[in-house]
Design a binder for this molecule. Structure first.
Ligand SMILES: [Zn+2]
Length: 315
């Protein structure tokens, strides 16, 4: 009865249903929701809010992102410029309720993960930021054998309430926005799983990637492909250098031209050797498998550089 939804629909923010605490002492305003929350709790978790509340009088533009100065029903109000109300709601729910976000739960909706990643960075909620990073680092490991397991478990498996591959462009974009360098080579590599046409489609679906980032992604993809093909092309010579005298004569290679795949998972030693070797003894097969795995590791070490980053240890 007191809600006049029809009058000015677009720009009147409403009190958030649950994040409106009677004892709250500050109002956060977005374009869609108002949140009545507690300064102390925000200051405890976020250095940006702590800095702002530490200042005596109304201040404009603390770190360029907060504006304190207006009031709402006698309480100080802060406009969170540029943030979506539903995203701020996710951040505040995570700040207030321990059970709202669990880093071990991979069924958390993607929009929650992205909102927490972006806003915990923006407002420096260190604990939330650290929890999200632990989850994403587990899902995007920087060791090749661990990443093989990611691929092995299926790129089309569920993650964050959708298919894994459909998450990665959103996550890449969020990490680019927040300059989360430590995850970027892994997300670029993950996104490079798709063909070039699909890359453009998914980049659009994620809300668009700047041209430079698209160039990095596609350029890196070609470098991964090239390195993989060089590996395959080197196999006959490699085999000749490590095989017994009998195998040097009797073994042949087949289907080398069919070994084309976007990720190193497809080039694992045992898989690749058994796909291409014909007539080799077991000892020589095993030697080639080991050699392939060494070469795969060498390529993996270069993955960051393919996407314009320093080595894994320097990220
Ligand atoms: Zn042999």
């Amino acid at each position: 009865m007191d809600v006049d939804v029809g009058a000015e629909p677009p720009m009147i923010p409403a009190r958030h249903e649950t994040l409106w605490f009677p004892g709250g002492d500050i109002v956060l305003a977005t374009n869609t929701f108002l949140f009545k929350v507690h300064k102390d709790l925000l200051a405890l978790q976020s250095s940006v809010f702590k800095d702002m509340f530490g200042l005596e009088q109304a201040v404009e533009d603390v770190q360029g992102i907060l504006q304190l100065g207006d009031s709402y029903e006698g309480l100080p109000a802060v406009a969170l410029a540029g943030d979506e109300g539903k995203d701020v709601a996710h951040l505040l729910q995570a700040a207030y309720y321990r059970e709202y976000y669990d880093r071990d739960n991979d069924e958390t909706p993607l929009e929650v993960i992205v909102a927490l990643l972006v806003l915990s960075n923006k407002y420096d909620f260190k604990h939330i930021q650290s929890e999200v990073m632990k989850q994403l680092s587990r899902l995007y490991p920087r060791k090749l054998d661990a990443f093989d397991e990611v691929d092995d478990n299926g790129y089309y498996d569920d993650l964050f309430g959708t298919g894994r591959i459909w998450c990665e462009y959103r996550l890449l974009k969020a990490c680019l926005m927040t300059n989360t360098t430590v995850l970027l080579p892994l997300l670029y590599y993950a996104c490079a799983f798709l063909g070039v046409d699909e890359i453009y489609v998914e980049a659009d679906r994620a809300g668009g990637l700047d041209r430079d980032y698209l160039r990095t992604l596609i350029g890196g993809k070609f470098q991964v492909d090239l390195a993989s093909r060089k590996l395959v092309a080197s196999l006959p010579d490699e085999f000749y250098s490590i095989s017994c005298s009998s195998c040097k004569v009797s073994t042949r290679f087949s289907k080398l031209d069919e070994q084309i795949a976007p990720h190193l998972w497809s080039y694992r030693g045992n898989t690749l050797a058994s796909s291409v070797l014909v007539g080799s003894c077991k000892v020589c097969s095993a030697r080639l498998e080991s050699r392939i795995d060494e070469k795969r590791e060498e390529i993996w070490e270069k993955i960051p550089s393919y996407f314009g980053f320093p080595g894994w240890d320097e990220l």
